[in-house]
Design a protein. Sequence first.
Length: 181
Amino acid sequence: MDFIEATEKAIHQLVTEFRENSNRFYNERDLHWSLYHCLSQQGIFQGEEAIKLIRAEFATHRVYRERRPARGHFDLVVLEPDSLVDVLIAVEVKMWAQRSSDEQMKKKIDWDIEKLTDKENGVKHAYLLHFVKLDFGRPIMKSFYRTLYDQLRLQAKQGLRILCVPSDATIPPASCNWLRL
């Protein structure tokens, strides 16, 4: 098993846990740590040196002078074993527990995509994961989810894997929600 396969298995495990019991995840940080745990349980990361390759809140190589703070961070990375600085895999995770304006939504999506696809950051394999925990019984929330899903689909970039996972089991399974260019 390689690092990419292990990461995708860990993501699948996190998606399954979220779909089975979304109330277990109170905020985005809960998703981060659950993904870290799922990843650390993969065989390839069991060694003492290999576990050091997984890092949370890892700073981007590029400094974004126009932003405050000027340094971006990836939620979770797997570093290149030979360098311990270069990013082999970067993951950005978002949890939507309430509606936001279309403008705020787009701003958050654009910032994550910029970090993940900026050539200066050197990310070889990028994942953008959106978990949606809303009251889907309300039409306005279903509408928000559809807008989010459509926005992510429009923003799909080559080399970037995007996932949009609703907590409601009546919405198509998350495995159908990988968005590709």
